[in-house]
Design a protein around this ligand. Structure first.
Ligand code: BES
Ligand code: MN
Ligand code: ZN
Length: 500
């Protein structure tokens, strides 16, 4: 897909294979839904075609409603319902653009012209964010993975999207478009990885993907720790998960050097990369077990974020650590009650082998400290309890630092990848007490997301840290979403700005 900004800004001469204009719902004063300037100009050029159709009253312009009008010249006008003009917020815009994208998917349109709605949120300061979001939402709604279909590979023909705005763009906006494209590219990588089946996307496959990122960008270095390396280091907790599988576990380390000063403290991103989570000896029930191929979405999201940063050429340093393993039952697998020693030296009683995410992450979190990171953020599909608490809409943040939690919250709001903070005080920590070891790996049925974070918190005391539980948001029940790539990319954009 090619995205560009249009500087011509005349909808009448800018129809291409199709043109999208916004329509707002009427209030009690008006008789028909309202066209913006772009819609009105287009209507005039088409001899009142749009207004005639609006007068019929069938299309009410509610948010997420769309209408495709074929023109006599053989093109299409697409009305994008946006709801009430002064209520159009960035969240609604996102949904409206996605609705248009989904509709375009079923058409033969190759080149599409898209006019940003004229609303308070797309004026002056808001325009930058509207550009980023539109590109993102579009790319997201057009996504599909057809690699594993032998026939019916339906790829939408759309290849070019030009963005327009009736009051034009200025020089800075090309930069915003590039950001949008960068984030969309990262999201696509994350979605592809998470959607790939467990027999393809193994820890080794994640490592190969990392190595090819290192080959594509000259400021990315990659280092893969093999199981033998991890044994030498003493990563007994990580290895207790991967030892039940025939797929060797990998600790994948990527470094992105984007800052002028190579020695600037990096932001560290740590991802859970369980490429299939059967539960191990504490075997999961059969229903929906296929979904556990997504259990590497944290790692996929971190790789996607890294790619987005490299595409955007953000002037920051990053270190990314992916804890990649497969959780399987076998004669060599860990058993409930086994006690293991983590890299930090803390002993852990593995009371449930299905609480494996925290076991692979704790060693990665200890390891990453050697890079002296400014902050550490981990992302993991860690607990089913998180889906119970927040559903598929918002991801949980748990943090030992208020400023970091707030910065994530702000970034998420502005790019529509929301977070919600949960507490993690010592009362919850008590649930992790073990009779025989320093720490148990489960905290009972109450507050599962919080006790999982408290477990990780025992390994993150030396730095500013936030944990994202993306169990609900990384997939929507059918497909990977590419989250939290937007959230983390926006956080890093803001972070880079705070350094400048
Ligand atoms: N990967 C799962 C969490 C999960 C479950 C993510 C469902 C998405 C959908 C994780 O490894 C797990 O199994 N967690 C257990 C923890 C429990 C044993 C303390 C859970 O949530 O049931
Ligand atoms: Mn599990
Ligand atoms: Zn898991």
């Amino acid at each position: 897909m090619k995205y560009s900004l249009n500087t011509n800004n005349n909808p009448a001469t800018d129809i291409q294979d199709g043109i999208v204009v916004a329509v707002f719902t009427k209030d009690h004063k008006e008789k028909t839904p309202l066209l913006g300037t772009a819609g009105e100009q287009l209507d005039k050029a088409q001899n009142g075609l749009i207004s005639t159709i609006l007068k019929l009253g069938d299309f009410k312009a509610h948010a997420e409603k769309t209408l495709l009008i074929p023109t006599p010249e053989g093109s299409r006008i697409i009305l994008m319902g946006c709801g009430k003009k002064d209520e159009l917020d960035s969240k609604t815009l996102n949904r409206c653009v996605k609705a248009v994208g989904k509709m375009i998917k079923d058409t033969s349109i190759k080149k599409l012209s898209f006019y940003l709605p004229e609303a308070p949120i797309t004026s002056s300061d808001g325009k930058a964010q509207a550009i980023i979001q539109t590109v993102n939402a579009f790319s997201d709604s057009l996504y599909s993975l057809t690699d594993y279909k032998s026939k019916d590979k339906e790829v939408p023909p759309l290849t070019e999207l030009t963005l327009s705005s009736v009051d034009g763009f200025d020089n800075r906006h090309q930069n915003d478009l590039d950001k949008g494209i960068g984030i969309a590219t990262g999201m696509k990588l994350a979605r592809d990885l998470a959607n790939r089946p467990g027999n393809v996307c193994t820890p080794g496959y994640l490592a190969e993907t990392a190595v090819s990122l290192g080959a594509d960008y000259k400021n990315i270095d990659v280092d893969v720790l093999e199981e033998s390396d991890m044994e030498k280091l003493g990563m007994g907790s990580f290895l207790s998960v991967s030892k039940g599988s025939d797929e060797p576990g990998k600790m994948i380390v990527l470094q992105y050097m984007g800052a002028k000063n190579k020695s600037d403290a990096p932001v560290a991103l740590v991802g859970k990369g369980v490429t299939f989570d059967s539960g191990g000896i504490s075997l999961k029930p059969g229903a929906k077990m296929d979904e556990m191929k997504f259990d590497m979405s944290g790692a996929a999201g971190m790789l996607g974020t890294l790619k987005a940063c490299a595409e955007m050429k953000l002037p920051i340093n990053l270190v990314v650590v992916l804890a990649a393993a497969e959780n399987m039952p076998s004669a060599r697998a860990s058993k409930p009650g086994d006690i293991v020693t983590s890299l930090q030296g803390t002993t852990i009683e593995v009371l449930n082998t299905d609480a494996e995410g925290r076991l692979v992450l704790c060693d990665a979190l200890t390891y990453v400290a050697k890079y002296k990171p400014a902050v550490v953020i981990d992302a993991a599909t860690l607990t089913g309890a998180c889906i119970v608490a927040l559903g598929h809409h918002i991801c949980a943040v748990l943090s030992n630092n208020d400023e970091l939690a707030e910065a994530l919250q702000t970034a998420g709001e502005s790019i529509n990848d929301q977070t919600w903070r949960l507490p993690m005080n010592d009362d919850y920590k008590k649930q992790l007490k073990s009779e025989f070891a320093d720490l148990g790996n489960i905290g009972g049925p109450a507050a599962g997301t919080i006790t999982a974070a408290c477990f990780l918190g025992e390994f993150t005391k030396d730095y500013k840290w936030a944990h994202l539980d993306i169990a609900g948001t990384a997939w929507d029940g059918k497909n990977a979403t590419g989250r939290p790539v937007p959230l983390l990319s926006q956080y890093l954009i803001n972070y880079a700005q705070s350094l400048a």
